[in-house]
Design a protein around this ligand. Structure first.
Ligand SMILES: Cc1ncc(COP(=O)(O)O)c(C=O)c1O
Length: 371
């Protein structure tokens, strides 16, 4: 088996919208504000909340102990303290008892991270918040609805990413959606990110070529290229979305509406029996299919087999935030987050894109039977 399945990402045509008339202006209940990346959008959202809460001298933002380190970068950029909370057992939801304990009079926001298409139960968060002046920022970097006019977002602010590996991939950009009840402060005056249309088109051609199953294998073999490994990256700039990228995004949203998810993989995942399970959610709108295995050691054994990555199976982060030694903050002791820690060791994901065929699923099944 020489070709390799990429873990995520659909190839797509690049078109630039000719006019500003588009669905971004018709997102029910929300207003769109484009940024140069998802991390910058999240930093801008937190900065907005911080500005509203001038009463807090040491503002804190609650985040889960297991998530993308970019969430920490955004907190650092917005000069707030990230306060970590554990997951509930075998779940991507906050452990509500721990959450209650971590809310203080300095808490300005709770970040509700949609994990690969599994949303946080936001009404449950609002019960914990009660009458406190705490904003829910729904980080939807890993989820984008097929039809944006029929979305199911619920945060006061929603942040999006259109970067590599995201559902609506444009390999560039991010956004804040502000709810109509929130007046999003655009007074920060972010300058526009510079990116020429030619450079954008070149990146697109390169991306589409590299996403080809026959080529992806060779990319994974390049020395020095650590595909799939996550590192902390500093977020220094916050820039608004480039206008050409915005024109491309408008067309990409139209095109994204017409692509279907690979239901064959989903049906297979619901039926497969092995020493683990699909993390189920009623919406079944996954970016990748997340599975939790019973035994972390057996997952490591399977991962050591070369078929694992060739079949597009991948781990996410593999560790929780206090374990990233490149994060320039003391995030405490990983033992304080036992559920997130166990989750990080037992999670693997399977692609759902259109290049996954029945013969791949048969091989995945053989591999999983070894667990
Ligand atoms: C949950 C989450 N938030 C924010 C980001 C940052 O998005 P971007 O890569 O566009 O900066 C990511 C990126 O992977 C993410 O997974």
């Amino acid at each position: 088996m020489l070709s390799a399945l990429r873990p995520v990402g659909e190839r797509f045509p690049l078109r630039f919208a000719a006019s500003d008339e588009n669905e971004l202006g018709n997102i029910p209940d929300y207003q769109f504000h484009g940024f140069a990346s998802g991390t910058q959008a999240l930093a801008a959202a937190i900065l907005h909340v911080r500005k509203q809460r001038a009463d807090c001298t040491e503002p804190e933002v609650i985040i889960p102990a297991y998530t993308c380190p970019d969430v920490v970068s955004a907190c650092v950029r917005a000069k707030v303290k990230p306060v970590l909370v554990d997951f509930a057992e075998n779940s991507t939801q906050y452990d509500l008892a721990s959450l209650k304990q971590r809310v203080t009079d300095q808490t300005i926001a709770i970040i509700a991270i949609n994990f690969l298409g599994i949303p946080i139960d936001i009404p449950e968060l609002r019960n914990v918040i009660g009458s406190k002046n705490i904003v829910v920022i729904e980080d939807s970097a890993q989820y984008f609805p097929r039809d944006i006019t029929k979305h199911d977002w619920q945060g006061d602010l929603v942040t999006l990413s259109f970067g590599r590996g995201k559902p609506l991939n444009l390999f560039y950009g991010g956004a804040v959606l502000s709810h109509s009840t929130v007046s999003f402060d655009t007074g920060f005056d972010f300058s526009e990110n510079m990116l020429s249309r030619q450079k954008f088109a070149f990146k697109h051609r390169l991306y589409n070529t590299l996403m080809h199953p026959g080529l992806y294998f060779w990319i994974t073999q390049l020395p020095g290229l650590t595909i799939g490994q996550t590192h902390y990256q500093t977020c220094s700039l916050i820039e608004s979305m480039n206008s050409d990228a915005l024109a491309a995004l408008i067309e990409r949203i139209k095109e994204y509406k017409t692509t279907e998810c690979n239901t064959k993989v989903l049906d297979w995942a619901k039926a497969i029996s092995f020493n683990g399970q699909l993390i189920s959610h009623r919406s079944y709108k996954y970016l990748r299919l997340p599975f939790l295995v019973d035994d972390a050691a057996k997952l490591e054994f399977c991962e050591s087999k070369s078929e694992f990555s060739k079949l597009g199976l991948s781990r996410m982060y593999r560790k929780i935030l206090p374990e990233f030694d490149d994060i320039p903050l003391d995030l405490g002791n990983s033992k304080d987050y036992p559920n997130a820690l166990s989750f990080s060791r037992r999670l693997f994901t399977l692609p759902v894109h259109g290049d996954v065929k029945s013969h791949h699923l048969k091989k995945v099944e053989q591999l999983l039977k070894k667990m």
